[in-house]
Design a binder for this molecule. Sequence first.
Ligand code: NAD
Ligand code: MG
Length: 373
Amino acid sequence: ITAAGISSQTSSLANSLRVELGERSYPIEIGQSLLNDSERLSRLINGKQVVVITNTTVAPLYLHVLRASLLAAGKKIIEIILPDGEEEKNWSNLMVIFDRLLAEKCDRKTTLIALGGGVIGDLTGYAASAYMRGVPFVQIPTTLLAQVDSSVGGKTGINHPLGKNMIGAFYQPQAVIADTATLQTLPARELSAGLAEVIKYGAVIDAGFFDWIEENITKLMARDSAALAYAIQRSCEIKADVVRQDEREGGLRAILNFGHTFGHAIESGLGYGKWLHGEAVGCGMIMAADLSHRLGHIDVIAKDRVTALVRAAGLPDIAPNLGSQRWLELMQVDKKNEDGQIRFILMKPLGGYLISNVPQDILLATIQHLATG
Ligand code: NAD
Ligand code: MG
């Protein structure tokens, strides 16, 4: 066994890419049954002591597999199993992690491993950024959303009672290991929510990828491993490339928020948790495509393709009717805004983007046309 990862009996095939961030660069490995691959884990996870952080839903499904592989790789393992849910991405669970790390006398060489969706990834990453001013951490994302989005790029954090994701840090993992087999147990709504972010990359960054998603949406919905692996790989490549150019969201990274201005308004207008984030983003992309069309940036065919693909991914296509005034208020609080002007990520053309303000009458036309549910 060499550092180059020559395959052996326990090695599985994987696609690998790198997030290039100088000394903070790291690999993303994507493939079937990587949790069982102790040699890969041994190569990607430094140090002997590891702390696996997961939740009560994921632990019974995958913790035993990961534990066996880590033991085979010669690791000493501590396990922390938190309750499941977005509301658990909070200060008190951060303290649960720190209490345990200190009680177990974990030192600076301890590696934290996030096994779960974006909630576990964000919380674990933030704990790793702060414990002893920073310890290594590895992402093992088990939702599609986490595999294509939240595990890549180094945004970590927790929610505050007064705002989602308000406390956090930019802190890059040492590796991301995406085992596509874990997606077989994902609830259907969660699969669709992850597909929303996949469609997003195609819609404003890569028209060829958008075509590919259209051609393969049936396979993706049927959880075909090869199709999922390609969708994850291409999504990670695109996100890695954006993050490489704008690690701390000074500008370009904002394009990853396509569909999110409308989406956030839906989430907060209905109360967080009613719709999944990806569901709101899916519907938000339909609205953003409609707006882009009204502004003359895309033709009607492109607009209709976005609508059809979002629908085919099992996502909602009619937004809640919150009332025009409420819609405007909710979008005004978006983090991307400057001087009270709402900044939209628009398609121009399909597979390209434009960041711009929008005349209010045109925005209202989109809302009145699509927010009728
Ligand atoms: P999540 O972590 O809540 O997971 C969704 C549900 O699926 C949970 O109930 C979870 O326990 C369950 N689950 C996870 N893996 C499973 C599996 N393999 N089989 C069955 N069930 C499984 O939600 P998410 O959509 O993964 O992530 C959302 C979070 O990610 C939010 O907190 C959001 O703020 C954050 N996020 C962060 C970034 C970032 O850049 N850091 C980007 C996007 C989203
Ligand atoms: Mg998102």
